[in-house]
Design a protein around this ligand. Sequence first.
Ligand code: ATP
Ligand code: I3S
Length: 287
Amino acid sequence: MKKLNGKIVDEEEKKVVETYSNGVGVGFPQSHQNLVVGYALTVKKETSFLKPNFRGLARTKGIKFVCIDVNRPLSDQGPFDVVLHKLLAKEWCKIIEDYRHKHPEVTVLDPPDAIQHLRNRKSMLQDVVDLNLSDCHGKVGVPRQIVVTKDPSSIPSEVTKAGLKLPLVAKPLLVDGTAKSHKLFVAYDQLSLAKLEPPLVLQEFVNHGGIVFKVYIVGESITVVRRFSLPNHGKRDLSKVAGMYPVPRVSSYLSSADDADLDPSIAEHPPRPLLVKFARELRCLTT
Ligand SMILES: Nc1ncnc2c1ncn2[C@@H]1O[C@H](COP(=O)(O)OP(=O)(O)OP(=O)(O)O)[C@@H](O)[C@H]1O
Ligand SMILES: O=P(O)(O)O[C@H]1[C@H](O)[C@@H](O)[C@H](OP(=O)(O)O)[C@@H](OP(=O)(O)O)[C@H]1O
């Protein structure tokens, strides 16, 4: 799951903000709790996440967001109850880890050392298939994939050697929040794969009925949303199509299918017991 904590917060808040901006939330009882959240985010993330009406709503709940000055010592700022960050520079990660050890009373979201393996599309899936998910009314799998780090001309032979079936989804290996790291392609023939720019992962395309479920987890709270996605491909399509096609941000929040009237066989949410156990097991991998 791509990037757990960051997403969870975003999605729940998007919903809350909508409620608030529709006027429904106006008149929330004022909270007497005071919580200071120091944040260190890119301008892009600050714009998409810390919207003025969200800050307003947080204020009514006694939560104040304070921008961290990354050029000043962190311990001189605050005091904070929570530090929320999504900056990836090595120096910054060291600052945050040092701060976390000096200030165990502060909740740091997310500890860089704990989420390191989520920044790479190979390591983020490692261990996931080995989780103990028996008796949960479902199973979890990961697409078959290979990693290509150099020499794109070798990609077709690597794909043959690994026995990967076309079409393939090509994804940048590193996940760093940039637009480039979200640039995906679907390739229908091996030759076009040689045009790709490593480092990347090549994943078998998994038919899933044109719908994905994004699962956002905060502590024990689990929120599932339904999004439109890439359509299934059939055997006949494969003989007719060649080349490589960019994938737009196909399952972003603009592609909500929560209210769509869909075939129940694809619309049904994943079984709750599976999500609960999966969330717990994933947490063990990130703590
Ligand atoms: N192996 C696959 N088979 C079929 N479709 C896929 C596969 N991998 C990804 N997709 C489709 O591409 C979308 C984006 O993939 P992925 O989540 O890996 O990238 P992302 O850039 O992190 O996306 P997002 O911004 O939505 O989190 C998925 O929601 C799904 O629709
Ligand atoms: O809104 P959902 O469907 O949850 O998708 C999120 C992606 O999964 C995240 O990866 C995006 O964050 P990054 O751009 O920092 O990777 C995140 O970017 P954002 O925080 O700028 O909206 C979203 O696009």
